[in-house]
Write a protein that binds this ligand. Structure first.
Ligand SMILES: Cc1ncc(COP(=O)(O)O)c(C=O)c1O
Length: 455
């Protein structure tokens, strides 16, 4: 692999680098200060995972540059086709987005109904989350990871972890600041930095050892040095997982080079085959340099409720709290109360849910591998990251995803939506039940079956 092969521009004028393996480097990575004029066409990437209904037409009003420069919406075509298919009565099997189809536990819904009936819960809430909620989060960290957090200063509730993540980037990053993000890239990891006018360097994360050595190479050669490193294990979309020693090395690098760390730990709860995803905060010294985001969207199937947490370094938490204090009035209190109950009594439900996802993973991976795909079963997360098999590998992930939707009625995410490192792959979310996944495998098999030779 070559080092730092591509340079693109962020939607807001920040520099986007894509770096691979520096050890084989012949050219050093570009310097953040040497930013050429920002008039390049942006590569089409997935703007966000939302099925946004907004068009990509240029605005007729003078919107800010940060909005104008957002890239074309790669998923627009797929979403349009998906809606059309549904309108035509096709039963699309939707493996596109990590949006759980399972409901939360009944006791959580019951608590919500009770909390809704209490008229005291309908006022504005505090923007950093009610105290009992922050205490419950701290207790869970202690129970699960042996991490002791001060609920007053080291825990803050967010309107989903994505909101916390984005606003943390806004609190930390500005023009001239650079963040390292994992590639392939969950879109908000780079767009939050770009929307905050920062520069992005995307480093391939699929070999965690190389990822670490690329971080240190970048820190050695970039001036000014990166201010922030974003990590996300279990990784969306590639499913890459790490062990605790990865974070020991990361914390050492953070201290050596003076960068901050945001760990997006969205898939903390969804682990298989006895694997337990490690928490960044369980590493000695981690709290000196970073924070970790967790969510109730995945393990508790509460995605639409919009509740997550940012924990760790008290100055970073305070910076986020300061921004949030201006932007929002907190999460609906009935949701916060239900979240407390979910965390207090939900451990067993999460174990059951993990087993269910594990069955789904096995149905999909084994089924496709039987058809000649070569997919490694992920140890965690809600996605299968699949290399497009021959003879389709040259087709491009977007046309191939369109073909699967058109001819098999199965919606998936093209790897290209996660940046150029994702090309040649598909991401399939295991959000539908096992029966539907088996049906998806059958339909994909039928659609890719070679035509019988004409004699
Ligand atoms: C890596 C990652 N981070 C964050 C999120 C968003 O989580 P939340 O619902 O808590 O905003 C997702 C959702 O798909 C995700 O995949």
């Amino acid at each position: 692999m070559s080092s730092v092969p591509t340079t693109n521009f962020s939607p807001v004028g920040g520099l986007v680098e894509s770096a691979r393996h520096p050890n084989a480097a012949e050219t050093p990575p570009p310097v953040a200060g040497s930013i050429p004029s920002p008039h390049f066409a942006l590569p089409a990437t997935m703007r966000s995972e939302t099925e946004s209904s907004f068009s990509d037409e240029p605005f007729k009003i003078p919107v800010a540059d940060r909005v104008k420069r957002l890239p074309p919406y790669l998923f627009g075509k797929i979403n349009k086709l998906k809606h059309k298919k549904r309108q035509d009565g096709v039963d699309v099997i939707d493996l596109g987005m990590g949006n759980p189809t399972d409901p939360p536990e009944q006791f959580v819904i019951d608590k919500m109904i009770e909390a809704l009936a209490d008229t005291r819960n309908h006022r504005y809430s505090v923007s950093n989350g009610v105290e009992n909620l922050r205490r419950e989060v701290a207790k869970r960290y202690d129970r699960k990871y042996g991490v002791q957090l001060n609920p007053q200063s080291e825990v803050i509730a967010c309107i989903g972890s994505k909101e916390g993540f984005s606003h943390m980037c806004l609190a930390l990053m500005g023009p001239g600041d650079t963040a390292i993000v994992p590639a392939p890239t969950f879109p908000i990891h780079s767009y939050s930095v770009m929307l905050a006018s920062g520069n992005v360097i995307a480093l391939d994360v699929r070999n965690p050892e190389e990822f670490l050595s690329n971080i240190s190479y970048t820190c050695e050669h970039l001036f000014p040095k990166p201010k922030l490193v974003i990590v996300n294990f279990p990784h969306n979309p590639s499913g890459t997982c790490i062990e605790q020693d990865f974070y020991v090395d990361l914390v050492a690098l953070a201290k050596k080079y003076g960068f901050l760390v945001i760990s997006d730990f969205a898939y903390a709860d969804i682990c298989y085959d006895g694997y337990q995803a490690p928490s960044f905060l369980a590493t000695p010294g981690a709290i000196d340099v970073g924070v970790e985001l967790t969510t109730m969207s995945k393990g508790y199937s509460m995605a639409g409720w919009r509740i997550g947490f940012c924990c760790g370094n008290s100055e970073m938490v305070r910076a986020l709290g300061t921004i949030k204090g201006y932007y929002d009035y907190g999460i609906f209190q009935a949701i916060q109360i239900s979240a407390i109950v979910a965390m207090r009594h939900g451990d067993e439900s999460i174990e059951r849910l993990c087993l269910e996802y594990q069955h789904r993973r096995d149905s999909l991976v084994d089924g496709l591998n039987r058809q000649g795909w070569d997919i490694e079963a992920p140890k965690a997360g809600m996605f299968v990251w699949a290399k497009i098999p021959e003879p389709w590998s040259e087709m491009g992930s977007l046309p191939f995803a369109m073909k699967l939707l058109n001819e098999a009625g199965v919606a998936v995410s093209p790897g290209r939506g996660f940046g150029e490192e994702g090309e040649g792959y598909l991401r399939l979310a295991i959000v539908e039940n096992t029966q539907r996944l088996r049906q998806a495998v059958r339909e994909i098999g039928r659609c890719l079956k070679p035509e019988p030779a004409v004699v």
